[in-house]
Design a binder for this molecule. Structure first.
Ligand code: ADP
Ligand code: MG
Length: 436
């Protein structure tokens, strides 16, 4: 007997009759409950459990329940912690990911200019470069810089209205606003801000009406001296499926790129990451990893996690031998072929003896949920798809669900050998036979 008692801000309060129920939800049903909440309630990002003995069947029958037992409030879980969703009708929420700040952004030749431009914009929104347009391949720090600008501006100018949005969210938001006749709320959300950070603009290609909506948003903001920062996987002039007037606006301000980091930068990034996550990894091993993973910082970090997870599972120190074993497995397969989400989904379903529909579907059984989360994790690791896109693939789930799956699997890989093995074996299978 679990009763939602209501929400305060983004926290949903659930009443349960006793500790037993609370423990059960905590220990066994965390994921399905979190998923169910995150999937179904737009504004909710976490929940708290309150033990309310009045819900006990016996107590409910009792006319005069003892008030002796005070409510025991217990924080269960912060669902996706860095998931911040819009709360309809309320003031603008920045939706910034706390992990991405300037402090932990490693500067090197490959990103020095982009970093300087981002910092300049954060220090003086709409005064330095407007718009600022940052482009480059996947996994090179564009999203990180975007969030860092937001955090910095918020700290520097308390009360400033910052909003981060991916282009897919912008698109979905626009489409929903039309469907629900809420054009005005939509406009307010994006025009009543001081800094608009829009990620992966290439997703708007060919989407004429959304582009139109963005065009107006952009003009309104720019006319009112509000800062716009845009990222993309290609330079403005190489964006296809965009109106010329749109592209020319992107070129008004400053255009800068991020490129693949040099070896020294890659090592520095790994050091910083290892430090931040308190991983025990000697320098020579970080160098080994940095030498092998050259073109994508997300993959670079993922590889470090694999190595340290393997060590932690086997209760071994991170030695060169161990690193080489893990790296050998990781790099045994050719990385030439492009892997798509359908490869991952097919292989994952096969591996867990499930159907692909199981993975897209809504089953909350433990096996299915775990397989689904692993598949989401692998999509994030092995493809360049964004979180919202991955969410869409998996039965239109929210991007926060994907984010949560990612963290969950990263954590499980360190704690459970079975999960580590599953992820590693699956990766190998997918790489061996991507195209079906
Ligand atoms: P993009 O948006 O270009 O695909 P992200 O910003 O998502 O790339 O970066 C991928 C991962 O690499 C993130 O975890 C990010 O924190 C990390 N990262 C990227 N560049 C740097 C950097 N210069 N210093 C530290 N971490 C970085
Ligand atoms: Mg990005």
């Amino acid at each position: 007997l679990v009763e939602p008692q209501g929400a305060m801000g983004s926290v949903l309060y659930l009443d349960v009759p006793n500790d037993l129920t609370r423990d059960m939800i905590e220990q066994r049903l965390r994921i399905p409950v979190t998923e169910a909440i995150v999937d179904n309630a737009v504004d909710i990002t976490s929940f708290k459990i309150v033990v309310n003995p009045e819900l006990e069947l016996g107590a409910a029958l009792d006319e005069t329940p003892e008030v002796a037992t005070p409510y025991v409030q217990h924080e269960v879980i912060s669902a996706p912690t860095d998931a911040m969703r819009p709360v309809a009708g309320q003031r603008v929420e920045s939706r910034l990911n706390p992990k991405y700040v300037f402090d932990n952004f490693v500067i090197g030749g490959s990103n020095r200019f982009a970093h300087a431009a981002a910092l300049a914009v954060a220090e003086a929104p709409a005064k330095a470069y407007n718009p600022l347009f940052i482009y480059g391949d996947s996994g090179l720090g564009k999203t990180h810089l975007l969030h860092a600008i937001g955090h910095y501006a918020e700290n520097m100018y308390p009360g400033i209205r910052v909003r981060y949005v991916s282009s897919e969210e912008f698109t979905n938001d626009f489409i929903n606003s039309i469907a629900n006749n809420q054009g005005q709320a939509f406009q307010a959300r994006y025009r009543e801000v001081d800094v608009l950070l829009i990620d992966d603009i290439q997703f708007l290609q060919g989407k004429e009406s959304t582009q139109e909506a963005f065009f107006h948003t952009f003009n309104t903001l720019h006319d009112h001296d509000k800062q716009v920062v845009i990222t993309s996987d290609v330079a403005p002039k190489h964006l296809t499926g965009f109106e010329a007037r749109m592209v020319s606006r992107f070129e008004w301000g400053l255009i800068t790129d991020v490129t693949a980091p040099e070896l020294e930068t890659r090592i520095a990034i790994l050091r910083k990451k290892a430090q931040a996550e308190r991983m025990d990894a000697p320098d020579d091993i970080l160098e080994q990893i940095a030498e092998r993973v050259t073109t994508n910082i997300r993959e670079l970090e993922g590889t470090l996690i694999r190595v340290t997870a393997f060590a932690s599972l086997n209760r071994l120190p991170v030695t060169m031998d161990l690193a080489q074993t893990v790296l050998k497995d990781l790099f045994a397969q050719s990385s030439e072929v492009v892997i798509g989400p359908s490869d991952i989904i097919t292989h994952t379903a096969g591996y867990f003896q499930l159907t692909e529909e199981d993975l897209y579907g809504s089953s909350r059984s433990q096996t299915v949920a775990l397989a689904r989360q692993i598949a989401m994790y692998l999509c994030r690791e092995m493809t360049s798809l964004s979180l919202p896109k991955i969410g869409q693939l998996f039965g239109n789930r929210d991007h926060t669900t994907v984010m949560y799956a990612n963290k969950k699997i990263e954590k499980l890989m360190k704690e459970k050998r079975s999960v580590y093995t599953q992820v590693t074996e699956l990766t190998a299978r997918i790489k061996q036979a991507p195209a079906r």
